[in-house]
Design a protein around this ligand. Structure first.
Ligand code: T4K
Length: 410
């Protein structure tokens, strides 16, 4: 359902019509990236009522068990450990795998990939990505290995799979553990098989902004029985029964309300994909003709959830930088995002780790200056997408004029 309405002044006829320069915003209300997909409300409310009637709100309740079972069936994996969020799930999986010392991660990812490591006293070593896939480049990973390296965490950025074969081969050669941060990748495949079954374990996020959400939530999926057993203990303080702690642990549990939301969302899986796919096709059709604006592709041979519409802006062709475009869009109430700017290696908390990391991360630096993520999902409609694309087209056609005007030269 659409929440933002177009004002009567759009489209823009001249640069002066842009909200950046005092014109009326194209949208009366803010259009966000990451608006949650909400499934059938009645089904959700019925589940929440059941939960309240049962007075069983958390601690491995029936909805959590059903959610874990359904995820296993859906993905084709033996174990699913539902958790309170993906960050804690990454931490638990990292401890269960006994990673220590250094772990190789991309810098072009959400902060949680790295912070899950540093939180455990592990040094996240930032490796560059492939400019086409936006994912870890196995050849570069191999060059970052030191005697302290114990593991690699590949991130399936935007739900597009890592080069899993390449990373598996590097991990095998160097006896490293390989795990995947599949936060974006629920329902996406690699060589025809759904992500979730690769490496030692994979971690989904079910945060509100993700394709499938449980309000807050995440899960580790694995085919490793021993690892799953350990993580089940770890996510519940290490309890093996009342008053009996047999393993170090924390509180990583998913609650029943979250699982109820997840079960409800799963029932709408196909319609969420259909909506995202329709939006993706429309963005492609309307943005592809604009020089310097490249919408990233999802491989038609694979399954994708199309949750992210990602455009790379080449300022040499648009005449306007990604950041200038974002300022322009925000003024029009289109809250496009610059994931994953500036790259974790440039974030205040991580700069001291490797002050010169940028020298080894040229693709990351380029991407984090070019990428913009645009609104999609079940809360935007095709008129709104058309208007967003029209704004981007207008911006690129008037790039130099906009730039001069911003600099006060016009
Ligand atoms: N690994 C990767 C690769 C990840 O991308 C993430 C999370 C994780 C691990 C960790 O997963 P969790 O521990 O969160 O399960 C958002 C999300 O908060 C974050 O979960 C996500 N990645 C990241 C890519 O995006 P921000 O910094 O954009 O802020 P946030 O959460 O405020 O949401 C962005 C926009 O979404 C808001 O401007 C408005 C909209 N929104 C958000 C919420 C929560 C809504 O419309 N409704 C809502 O309820 O991080």
């Amino acid at each position: 359902m659409s929440t933002s309405v177009l004002t009567e002044t759009s489209p823009k006829n001249s640069v002066s019509d842009l909200a950046l320069f005092g014109g009326q915003p194209a949208f009366a209300e803010k259009l966000h990236v990451g608006r949650p997909n909400v499934g059938d409300r009645e089904r959700l409310m019925a589940r929440l009522n059941d939960m309240l009637d049962r007075r069983w709100l958390t601690n491995d309740g029936p909805f959590v068990q059903e959610f874990e079972r359904k995820i296993c069936e859906f993905v084709g994996v033996r174990h699913c450990l539902a958790m309170c969020n993906a960050t804690v799930a990454l931490e638990i999986a990292t401890r269960a795998l006994d990673l220590q010392g250094e772990v190789i991660v991309p810098s072009f990812t959400f902060i949680a990939t790295a912070s899950s490591q540093s939180w455990l006293g592990i040094t996240p070593v930032f490796c560059d990505v492939d400019s086409k896939t936006h994912n870890l480049d196995p050849a570069k990973v191999e060059k970052m290995i030191t005697p302290r390296t114990t593991g690699i965490i590949g991130v399936h950025v935007w739900g597009r799979p890592c080069d899993i074969d390449g990373l598996t081969e590097v991990a095998r050669r160097h006896k490293l553990k390989l795990m995947f941060d599949a936060a974006h990748a629920f329902g996406c495949s690699y060589k025809g098989r759904l992500l979730g079954a690769f490496g030692e374990a994979e971690v989904y996020s079910f945060h509100a902004t993700k394709f499938l959400n449980t309000f807050e939530g995440g899960a580790v999926v694995t085919n490793n029985d021993e690892l799953a057993h350990k993580m089940r203990l770890m996510k519940n303080f290490g309890f093996a029964g009342y008053d009996n702690v047999i393993h170090p642990g924390t509180n990583g549990k998913m609650c029943e309300a979250s699982a109820a939301m997840g079960l409800t969302g799963l029932e709408s899986f196909d319609s969420f994909v259909d909506t995202n796919f329709r939006n993706y096709k429309q963005y492609h059709a309307e943005l592809d003709p604009i020089p310097g604006v490249k919408v990233i592709d999802y491989d038609p041979k694979e399954r994708s959830n199309f949750q992210y519409i990602v455009a790379e802006i080449d300022e040499t062709k648009t005449g306007i930088t990604r950041d200038e475009l974002i300022d322009l869009l925000w003024a029009e109430n289109v809250l496009a995002r610059r994931y994953f700017y500036p790259g974790i290696h440039r974030m205040e908390a991580y700069k001291p780790y490797f002050p010169h990391a940028g020298l080894l991360l040229p693709e990351t630096e380029k991407l984090s200056a070019r990428v913009t993520v645009l609104p999609t999902g079940t809360s935007v409609d095709s008129n709104q997408i058309h208007e967003i694309c029209a704004l981007i087209k207008f911006a690129s056609e008037h790039g130099s004029e906009i730039r001069k005007r911003r600099a006060g030269k016009l």
